[in-house]
Write a protein that binds this ligand. Structure first.
Ligand code: HEM
Length: 449
């Protein structure tokens, strides 16, 4: 479905630049683009990318609420995620819609329940502690490769249940390459996804994917042949049953495991890099986090069970995801004519709650461009005012996991260290696959407190 011609003309105003220019601006500088469009055209604003439904972006909580609470039979999210298909697979939660999506989501939610977080929290803390031991002291270095390594290791251990050993190292290595080869921004649009041989970016990616899939299927078969109880999400999904009593198929398992890896690894790594950026730019915030850590944890290792007491750190994490949401927008494709906030949209339009523009809406957040964690201390935004994890029946299933992980990693680093900006470094946002990350891998300097 694609809206063009007269139907497009009836949508809210937007730029008349060629679609390819709009897409280029969105891929390279989404934040500047959105602020510019809001200033020039107001909101909602309509954008058009080549071979893509017309996008109508909203920044008003009431409109966001209507989209997030709309019927999942009328508003499809999976359709908007299709470019991820070649990596996550056709059974992926990200790509499914309607009843099948809801059924699959039911299977995936239990391992992410709040009370499991304390158990995962110990893994998160230990992985962060071990990686921190490798950070150079008092010398500039890029922290993003470290946040990537930490979040990858945490997912491998908590989701895949991978520990150490030759077989596990092979799987770890393969998953690492899978993510790396898919990270090129140019591969995020379907028309660059062509296999032109093993040396072409897509060709290289496809070969890596096939190798990785063979290892994942091997692991699924081995675990099915020799079931062992485990706390990891893989073990829980092997036990999960559809409503008709059937277990998940090999393909479903493969697709959902890779989905969690793709959806949860780089997003959290990038969000952590931004957290370090803000802590560097705001030394008084950093000191306040450290005072809180000293008060709650003292010299003892970070206790995941007491992380709920780190309220200021929680506010820092929330403000980090508000100011620069690593995913700038989500969208739902209308399946039939739909009215959102009084605006009539024909079928085939991507109604998009703009995470970034809503987070930058001065009616919700006074002086929205400022980093002020204090806003979250005595105020709780609605799910339509603060939604870095999207919303409604599609809200990120890893939200509690990611927020917990960010608190655990930052706490582990700041308990005994302080961070500052590497001389001359710029942390301007640049695209890393689906996320916007600080430039040059986020150069920082770490010292002992
Ligand atoms: C800071 C880290 C993260 C951010 C910012 C983030 C953000 C998002 C966003 C914006 C969506 C789309 C929601 C929508 O369309 O309304 C999403 C979906 C999803 N996320 Fe996350 N995510 C993060 C971490 C994770 C983690 C750690 C996992 C799993 C381990 C995960 C798994 C998923 C899955 C499976 C979906 C699809 C949900 C569905 O379609 O029903 N994410 N995430």
């Amino acid at each position: 479905m694609d809206v063009s011609g007269p139907a497009l003309a009836q949508l809210p105003p937007g730029p008349s630049w060629p679609g390819i220019v709009q897409l280029g601006a969105w891929l390279l500088r989404p934040f500047d683009l959105m602020l510019h469009l809001r200033e020039r055209y107001g909101t909602p604003v309509t954008m058009k990318f080549p071979q893509w439904p017309a996008i109508v972006a909203f920044d008003d909580p009431e409109a966001n609420k209507e989209i997030f609470r709309g019927s999942s039979d009328d508003l499809y999210a999976g359709q908007a995620n299709q470019p991820l298909g070649p990596i996550v697979g056709r059974n992926s939660l990200l790509l499914l819609d309607g009843a099948r999506h809801l059924r699959e989501r039911k299977l995936l939610l239990p391992p992410f329940h709040g009370e499991r977080m304390t158990r995962y929290g110990e893994v998160m803390r230990d992985v962060a502690r071990d990686d921190l031991a490798t950070w150079p002291l008092d010398t500039p270095f890029a922290v993003q490769p470290h946040t990537q390594a930490v979040t990858l290791d945490i997912i491998l251990r908590t989701v895949f249940g991978v520990e150490t050993g030759a077989k596990q190292d092979a799987l770890r290595d393969a998953l690492y390459h899978l993510i790396r080869d898919f990270s090129s921004p140019g591969l995020m649009v379907s028309w660059t996804q062509r296999d032109l041989g093993p040396r072409s970016p897509w060709g290289r990616y496809v070969r890596t994917r096939d190798r990785t899939d063979a290892l994942i299927y091997g692991e699924i078969d081995a675990r099915r042949a020799d079931p062992r109880p485990g706390e990891d999400i893989f073990s829980m999904l092997l036990e999960a049953r559809h409503e008709d009593g059937e277990p998940m198929s090999r393909e479903e398992l493969r697709d959902e495991l890779v989905t969690m890896l793709v959806a949860g690894h780089e997003t959290t790594a990038t969000a952590l890099s931004w957290a370090f950026h803000h802590l560097i730019e705001h030394p008084s915030v950093q000191r306040r986090v450290q005072e809180e850590l000293d008060r709650v944890m003292g010299d003892d290792p970070i206790d995941p069970g007491r992380s709920g007491e780190l309220v200021y750190l929680d506010a820092v994490v929330k403000e980090t995801l508000r100011v620069i949401p690593v995913i700038a927008a989500v969208g739902r494709v209308t399946q039939r004519p739909t009215t959102i906030a009084g605006i009539d949209l024909p079928a085939g339009v991507l109604a998009s709650p703009s995470i970034f523009l809503t987070h930058m809406n001065p009616k919700i957040y006074p002086r929205p461009e400022r980093f002020e964690p204090e806003r979250f201390l005595d105020w709780k935004p609605t799910p339509y005012e603060w939604f870095p994890f999207g919303g409604g029946v599609r809200r990120c299933i890893g939200m509690a996991f990611a927020l917990y992980e960010m608190r655990m990693v930052v706490a582990t680093v700041l308990q005994r260290h302080r961070v500052r900006r590497a001389p001359g470094a710029s942390h301007r946002p640049v695209r890393r696959s689906v996320t916007m990350a600080p430039a040059a891998g986020t150069p920082i300097v770490v010292s002992q407190r």
